[in-house]
Design a binder for this molecule. Sequence first.
Ligand SMILES: Cc1cc2nc3c(=O)[nH]c(=O)nc-3n(C[C@H](O)[C@H](O)[C@H](O)COP(=O)(O)OP(=O)(O)OC[C@H]3O[C@@H](n4cnc5c(N)ncnc54)[C@H](O)[C@@H]3O)c2cc1C
Length: 259
Amino acid sequence: MSRPSPRMLTVLRNEVLTPHMRRLVLGGELSDFPPGCESANFKLLLPRPGQSSIALPPFAEMPEAERPIVRTYTLRHFDAERGEIYVDFMMHADHGPASAWAASAAPGDRVGFAGPGAPKFVDWQADWFFFAGDMSALPAIAANIERLPCEAKGYAVLDILDPADRQALPFPEGIAVQWRVNPHPELDSNGLVDAVKAKTWLPGSPAVWVAGESGAVRAIRRYMVGDRVVPRDRLYASGYWQIGMTEDRHQIEKRKNSQ
Ligand SMILES: Cc1cc2nc3c(=O)[nH]c(=O)nc-3n(C[C@H](O)[C@H](O)[C@H](O)COP(=O)(O)OP(=O)(O)OC[C@H]3O[C@@H](n4cnc5c(N)ncnc54)[C@H](O)[C@@H]3O)c2cc1C
């Protein structure tokens, strides 16, 4: 699938989903927006302080200072009939430009949108499913959960900041859900790793989907590949952010580590 052209969108609504999750509903020219891409990521383009307009890619020829701030988010839902896109923003403690923007965005505000890429769905043919992640991964996990066959079994281990951040998602009965409260993921994300390792391994071939803080995701990927021998085509493991790093820094580190 080729990537759709970047576009400008407008904030239609800013809703509080749970104490630390906001849903921004965006609208605009979406007639060519690809359907069925929930769980895919896209680039959110925000103005730098003092900028009155937002440049859209390509940025190759553009001086650094004129480029917008770029952050990665997940397409939670696309309603083609109403022409609406839902994006769920975790309100993390060390507000960066994106979460600060989402906290105060008002109807009529403009934002750049580049993407979406390919959806990040599990392999529905797997014998069972293992989802793990923190609130940054919840939008993509929720999009997966909504599509699971009703006889699906397995686990979901989900870190939230507060008990009230639990969301009513349509988990099939066979998925054992553990909501874990970790009020300070910016200090320590290891509890998620321990909780994943504590689950009794089920027979058959699982599809594993894990995202969140990079250190935790790396440790879970090692466990899944090394100890549980999950084949790589049944494993999605992606660091969505890293303790102590802005996204710009985290992306540079990711590129270095993949070379
Ligand atoms: C493929 C992909 C999809 C993503 N989808 C979503 C999504 O749908 N919803 C969502 O909320 N996030 C999502 N994220 C994570 C999001 O891109 C990062 O949290 C990003 O750093 C937020 O930008 P910011 O400007 O708020 O903070 P930044 O300026 O990037 O960071 C500022 C500080 O906040 C800390 N920080 C960043 N994120 C978190 C966090 N989640 N918890 C605790 N501390 C944090 C950083 O370590 C840094 O110290 C996704 C990331 C990727 C790679």
